[in-house]
Every structure is written in structure tokens, then in C-alpha cells.
Design a protein. Structure first.
Ligand code: SAM
Length: 333
């Protein structure tokens, strides 16, 4: 759908509840037309909290004084086995940029997952790598890649990241992933420091032109020990509005109800689905490492954020009128 910048600006700033209700209803109508009343599950496996980067907002940045861990390939396979039994048909391997996961190691993990679970999709979210690396991983069988662009405003990017990180390289990665045939996800935090309505408009413009298969957005939440630890968290309401706007701009997009939203609001996931989201990503990581992947304060990993609570997730979705199929949940062209 074509929404002009001024319409989007009005939707982002209005205090008229009727306008927000209409936006939400239209987003759901559009989503249901493409995907029906179905919410897809992905099992999130947080493979490592080692990271060579020093993003100013992130609780596992290089300089964070946190306890580090990384899963072994065997632990990752065990998570997939548990997940498959629970009905997951997509595994998302996410982590900091950890040099231990060389192309060789990662390709072998991807191959093993695809061999044992040929009915499943593998999504990677391992940060920036070179084009050749992305190509090798794709050839090993990876189907999708999530790499939030973080902000489509170059100046804002510089305010969120240290000088050694490059806006151009991040964008280049997204284009390489697209060229290599991945289903690609970009995204950003809502309410990150220095974000304005104008930077948000640039994010939406980027989404409109890049047309990713997935978009991950969630509120910024301060992380202890980071330069932004005293900054306020992003707004749940604004995140929900943005979910609806993204759905209208791009009806086919796969749009997760993120953990950050669930962390800030007990019904965050349900509210996100009611605003146009259609993906949930419960945590499949081993129970004893979940608390260590502390990218922000009080991150949820239990209750309906936990993969073992699949029955609860299904009930909660059914209660608001959605089915959770055992399905890879691929993008609909
Ligand atoms: N290293 C990979 C990357 O850079 O894409 C994946 C892991 S990274 C921790 C995943 C996402 O977490 C980031 O893209 C960022 O948007 C989000 N994130 C990090 N710190 C956050 C915070 N304080 N609040 C909310 N989201 C945060």
C-alpha cells in the first residue's frame, strides 16, 4: 500500500484513538488476506554472547563485563531436536559476532541441521560477514538471514555505533544476502537514543524500497553497563503503530512479535499480533544460558517466551483467534 510520508507522520504522532484503531484493524485485514489467521513459530537458539563489536546499546558488546558462553555444535543440534519434537519447523541461530564460528564450523552446523531436519528452515542471525561467507552458508543450506539495519539514517547510525563500524558495510551485507537468494530480514529498535520521527520515516522508506521478507522491530531497552544504560526505554504503543504501518506498506512481510515487546508489556506478544505481526520466536536455547544472552535488562526467556511452553503459546494465540501451525512459515511471494 502507498502511504505518503505525511500520512505516516500523522499516524506516528496522532493522539486520536480512533485513527489508531482504524490503523490496527486495516493492518490485520491486510495480514489475514495474505496469511490467514495464522501465526508462525520460530525456535530461537542463542548460540554465543561473545561479540567483537561494541554497539553502544547492546548488553553483550565487546566491553560489557558479562559472563560469556558459546554453545557447542552438539548443544545446538540438541536444541533443534527438542524444537522439532515441540513442533518447530524453523530454527533461528542468533549470536554476537564470534570468530569461533568460522565458515567451516557454521557450514557444518547448518549442513547437519538440514540433513537431520530436511523439513525445516534455517535462519541465521550472526551479524556482518563477508559476501563469500554468506555464499558458503547459503550453499550449506541456510535459507534466511536476519540482520537489522538498526537505522537507515547514516548520522543516526554513527550515534549508535563506534566509529569502527560502518553503515555502508551493514547495508552492503543486506544487499549481498538478497543477491545470494536468502530470505532477508532487516529492522530497527524503536525509541533508540537520538531517534526522531524523521529517522523513523527513513527506516520505513528503506523497508519500502528494499522490500525485505522479514522485519524485526522491538522497543529499545537500556542495558546495564552500556553507554546508554540511563536512557529511557522505547514506547510499546509506538512499536505497535509501527508494526501496523509496516504491515500496510508491505502486506507479505513476516513480522515477529519480538521478545523486547513481551519484556515491556505482559501482553506484548498478543498486542503485536493484534497490530499485524504474524511470527513468534520463543527461546529454544539451553535453559542455563538464556539469562546470559542479556542484550538488555530483564530480557524475558521464560513463560511464553520459552519454547517448552509451546502449549501455552498456542492457547494464548487461540484465545485471540489465531492458529499456530506446524509449518516453516515461508514468505509468500
Ligand atoms: N550480532 C547479530 C547482529 O548484529 O545482527 C545478532 C545479535 S544482535 C544482539 C540482535 C539485535 O538485538 C540487534 O540487531 C539489536 O537491534 C537488538 N538489540 C541489541 N541491544 C538492544 C537493546 N538494548 N534493546 C533492544 N534491542 C537490542
Amino acid at each position: 500500500m502507498n502511504l505518503s510520508s505525511s500520512e505516516i507522520k500523522r499516524l506516528l504522532t496522532t493522539s486520536d484513538p480512533t485513527a489508531v484503531d482504524e490503523l490496527t484493524a486495516e493492518a490485520c485485514r491486510v495480514r489475514d488476506e495474505v496469511y490467514g489467521r495464522r501465526v508462525f513459530m520460530r525456535g530461537l537458539i542463542e548460540v554465543s554472547n561473545h561479540c567483537r563489536n561494541n554497539c553502544l546499546y547492546c548488553g553483550i558488546r565487546r566491553e560489557a563485563q558479562c559472563q560469556r558462553y558459546r554453545l557447542t555444535p552438539k548443544q545446538i543440534m540438541d536444541c533443534c531436536r527438542t524444537g522439532h519434537t515441540l513442533g518447530f519447523r524453523t530454527f533461528v541461530l542468533q549470536g554476537g559476532e564470534d570468530a569461533w564460528f568460522t565458515d567451516e564450523v557454521m557450514c557444518s552446523i547448518v549442513r547437519d541441521i538440514k540433513r537431520e531436519f530436511p523439513d525445516c528452515a534455517v535462519t541465521l542471525s550472526l551479524g556482518e560477514r563477508g559476501r563469500e561467507s554468506f555464499q558458503r552458508l547459503r550453499e550449506a543450506g541456510a535459507d534466511r538471514y536476519l540482520l537489522r539495519h538498526e537505522t537507515a539514517d547514516r548520522r543516526h547510525y554513527g550515534q549508535l555505533h563506534p566509529a569502527e563500524m560502518s553503515y555502508d558495510h551493514r547495508m552492503q551485507c543486506l544487499h549481498d544476502l538478497r543477491d545470494l537468494g536468502y530470505q532477508v530480514g532487516c529492522g530497527f529498535m524503536v525509541g533508540s537514543p537520538f531517534q526522531t520521527v524523521d529517522t523513523l520515516l527513513q527506516d520505513l522508506e528503506f523497508i519500502n524500497s528494499f522490500c525485505p521478507e522479514m522485519v524485526g522491530i522491538g522497543p529499545f531497552i537500556p542495558a546495564a553497563g552500556t553507554p546508554f544504560e540511563q536512557r529511557p526505554a522505547g514506547s510499546v504503543e509506538l512499536t505497535l503503530r509501527l508494526l501496523s504501518i509496516i504491515r500496510l506498506l508491505h502486506p507479505q512481510v513476516l513480522l515477529p512479535a519480538t521478545t523486547a515487546l513481551g519484556t515491556l508489556h505482559p501482553a506484548g506478544r498478543e498486542r503485536a499480533v493484534a497490530a499485524g505481526a504474524n511470527v513468534v520466536m520463543p527461546n529454544l536455547s539451553p535453559q542455563d544460558t538464556r539469562a546470559l544472552y542479556a542484550i538488555y535488562n530483564n530480557k524475558l526467556s521464560t513463560g511464553s517466551e520459552a519454547a517448552e511452553s509451546v502449549a501455552d503459546i498456542r492457547l494464548r494465540m487461540e484465545a485471540i483467534g489465531y492458529e499456530v501451525p506446524v509449518d516453516r512459515g515461508d514468505y509468500k511471494k
